[in-house]
Design a protein around this ligand. Structure first.
Ligand code: TXA
Ligand code: MG
Length: 365
């Protein structure tokens, strides 16, 4: 199959809409990362998504929705997307507040599923993940089509694409069309929030951090502890965003010289901010390939360029040393999460719905 890349203008969007209507899959830009979209209620289209990504069927998809004025849990239930009765009464107002303040935007809500949502989309789970993307191109597609199931547009277990060329590198020959909407503004996937008993729970960190979400919801959010035997959100598996080149984490910048000294080959280094002269001299002496994510260390910029930086280094060195931002809520938490996953060795996929983790990330120190 030939893969076209079209600019995401009116004519590109029209082509994408007709492909989607014909049951095809299309890569589209969102504000977080590029997604591989298909009709969420057409099982044949959803199967094409799993096949193109080589994604195991136990990993459920996010259903993307067009923005509608006054969205709420009641509206989602009326659209036959969720089962309102299965949501604890105490969580309805907090969830409605999250919907009101964070949609459209980088927040995915995992809610009890309506029986109309295909089991294939939710991998047989009793819940469905829903998101209203803010990107104008994604919204244009959604307005002119239907709810779209859309995982990140990468092959399973690899780094999410944040530009059309990166989607092409992942899926060329496997999908008919990539809509090129330029570089994604946020650069890491949406924050995922679910329900854990009578509490809201953070399943995947993202641009919207725990504190901001607690303020928006008006209640506390528990942090989900990944459990190897239970796939709550497979995005939480230790290795889920990994380049082919091994990634080794430096807990702080001060650890980089020792890491460089311990490695005889040709290193790549992912830096969060401009290196000071001594480190720069050391890096050039070692002929390190450098990816500088932000001159000033601004975390929005680091997140935006993180996956592109990993892709840039992948294959140009034999190890990637990546420095971690100091532990904090919000973006720093999300960046640490993604780098930790990039540094983990590939997980072993079990044959059942469960997946086990083969190892923890390699962190210096
Ligand atoms: O920003 C994003 O969320 C991007 C863009 C394209 O919207 N999409 C994305 O999709 O990251 P994906 O499939 O790569 O990640 C979705 C995550 C996965 O970790 C999946 O396991 C989890 O959401 N998920 C989906 N449905 C779920 C459910 N019912 N329960 C728990 N986790 C779920
Ligand atoms: Mg993904």
């Amino acid at each position: 199959m030939q893969t076209l890349i079209l600019p995401a203008d009116a004519s590109g969007i029209e082509t994408a809409v007709s492909l989607l209507a014909a049951g095809e899959v299309v890569a589209m830009p969102t504000e977080t990362v590029y997604g591989l979209a298909g009709h969420a209620f057409d099982e044949a289209a959803v199967l094409k998504i799993f096949a193109a990504k080589q994604r195991p069927s136990f990993d459920p998809l996010i259903v993307h929705l067009a923005e509608v004025k006054g969205m709420s849990l009641v509206w989602l239930a009326a659209e036959q997307l969720i089962d309102l009765a299965a949501i604890p009464a105490s969580l309805r107002a907090p969830l409605d507040r999250l919907i009101k303040s964070c949609w459209p935007g980088p927040l995915t809500l995992v809610l009890p599923r309506h029986q109309r949502v295909p089991e294939l989309v939710t991998s047989g789970l009793a819940t469905v993940a829903l998101r209203v993307p803010a990107h104008p191109v994604a919204q244009a597609l959604l307005r002119q089509s239907f709810p779209l199931a859309a995982p990140s547009a990468n092959r399973f277990g690899r780094v999410s694409p944040t530009a059309a060329a990166a989607v092409y590198a992942e899926l060329a020959g496997r999908i008919p069309l990539i809509l090129d909407g330029g570089r994604c503004d946020i650069g890491i996937e949406s924050t995922v929030v679910g329900i854990d008993g009578e509490q809201l729970s953070l399943l995947r960190p993202g641009r919207l951090g725990q504190y901001a979400l607690e303020v928006a919801a008006g209640c506390a959010l528990s942090l989900n502890q990944p459990h190897p035997a239970e796939v709550r959100a497979p995005g939480m598996l230790t290795s889920h965003y990994a380049p082919a080149t091994p990634v080794v984490l430096a807990a702080t910048r001060a650890d980089l010289p020792a890491l460089l000294a311990s490695h005889a080959g040709s290193p790549g280094v992912l830096l969060l901010s401009e290196p000071e002269p001594r480190l720069r001299a050391l890096l050039s002496e070692r002929r390190a390939v450098i990816e500088l994510l932000s001159v000033t260390g601004q975390l929005e910029e680091v997140a935006r360029r993180l996956f592109a930086g990993l892709r840039e280094l992948d294959g140009r060195c034999d190890v990637i040393f990546a420095e971690l931002p100091a532990a904090e809520d919000g973006l720093a938490h999300a960046i640490r999460d993604r780098l930790g996953k990039a540094a983990a060795q590939p997980h072993v996929l079990a044959s059942s719905k469960n997946a086990s983790q083969s190892s923890l990330g390699r962190t210096a120190k």
